[in-house]
Design a protein around this ligand. Structure first.
Ligand SMILES: [Zn+2]
Length: 77
């Protein structure tokens, strides 16, 4: 599993573990960053590979716009 290249130019959102503030960064920033320091609460977060994967993953599975049923090729649960 690797970081999806198609998200490098995309704004990705994650939440500061210290204060829950929503943070927006480009995928390429997330890929190369080692540490995130929150502007709001100064919490230092180590951006581990697993954490980066989770951030990317959350965006990859957010394709379907809210309110529209994603039925294409998917069976109903
Ligand atoms: Zn914070």
């Amino acid at each position: 599993m690797t970081l999806a290249r198609e998200l490098f130019e995309t704004d990705l959102t994650f939440h500061c573990p210290g204060c829950e503030t929503a943070v927006v960064r480009k995928g390429s920033w997330i890929k190369s960053a080692k540490v995130f320091i929150c502007d709001a609460c100064n919490t230092q977060t180590r951006l581990t590979y697993g954490l980066k994967l989770a951030i990317f993953d959350a965006h990859l599975h957010r394709d379907a716009p809210p309110g529209l049923p994603a039925t294409r090729g998917q069976s109903r649960r």
